[in-house]
Design a protein around this ligand. Structure first.
Ligand SMILES: [Zn+2]
Length: 273
């Protein structure tokens, strides 16, 4: 039996936020927790945590859409089935009506044939013969219609069966999707709560003004990124170039510097290590 490799990274301790990651220790051995750099690092950690939450929510966001699509399709199939059922009923009614016509005409033929036995002259006999001939034509026509309707009926019933089968399949798909959704929701909501708690704890170390600014930028940014690193001399959020002097200021981490194009807070690339 192979031992299961359990990734235990989810159960990370979240007591004191470690603003001073090893990478930061090149300048000072001990990092002042109130220094601008420490604040920026915490803010960056908040961003990382919030981005993870965003990702979880995005994953969860797709499934409800798939469920809704399936529900729409099922609704459409139900309408189609009820239409087919209506058509089947109509065709069956037509067949029944023609069969009544055939019965009536047959009765008439029988009646006229009996009458022919008691006619007084040829003219009466011929007139009855014409009547019989006419009724027989009616019977023939009705039988032809019955045949046509029977073909139609078979066709409609086939379409109805197909739609019913498809409905059964889709209903099964829907059940599976719903189950999958429930599982993902319960799985991710636990993880999400832990991350939310982590973000909240980190936020305690940041002053309100900074936090409000962070939240405002995050809300307006399409990808939810308010704190980004400098990537290839450009803002990691909007990709506009950052002048060299500004990049140096960012690297020093002495104050909050925002991108002049998108307003995102810029931090040094080393923060992401
Ligand atoms: Zn930018």
């Amino acid at each position: 039996m192979a031992k299961k490799a359990t990734p235990k990274q989810t159960a990370k301790k979240e007591t004191a936020p470690a603003p001073a990651k090893p990478a930061a220790s090149k300048k000072q051995a001990t990092v002042d927790n109130d220094s601008p750099e420490a604040k920026l690092r915490i803010l960056y950690q908040i961003q990382q945590t919030d981005s993870q939450i965003d990702k979880l929510r995005a994953v969860r966001g797709e499934l409800p859409l798939e469920v809704r699509d399936l529900e729409d399709e099922i609704q459409g199939l139900k309408t189609r089935i009820s239409n087919f059922q209506g058509e089947v009923k109509d065709v069956e009614a037509n067949i029944a009506k023609r069969k009544i016509d055939i019965n009536m005409a047959s009765t008439a033929v029988k009646k006229y044939t009996d009458q022919q036995k008691n006619v007084k002259n040829n003219r009466e006999y011929d007139s009855l013969s014409k009547e019989i001939e006419y009724q027989n034509l009616e019977i023939e026509l009705a039988e032809k219609r019955v045949k046509e309707y029977t073909v139609q009926l078979k066709e409609r019933k086939g379409m109805l069966d197909d739609a019913k089968k498809l409905l059964a399949d889709r209903t099964e798909d829907l059940e599976l999707k719903k189950k999958e959704l429930d599982e993902i929701v319960s799985e991710t909501s636990k993880e999400e709560k832990a991350l939310e708690k982590k973000s909240e704890n980190l936020q305690k170390f940041i002053d309100d003004r900074m936090l409000i600014a962070y939240k405002k930028v995050r809300q307006n940014a399409r990808n939810g990124l308010a704190v980004v690193t400098v990537e290839r001399d450009a803002c990691g959020g909007c990709f506009n170039k950052i002048p060299p002097q500004r990049q140096l200021d960012i690297a020093l981490s002495k104050k909050i510097i925002v991108c002049e194009y998108c307003g995102r807070i810029l931090v040094d690339k080393s923060f992401s290590y």
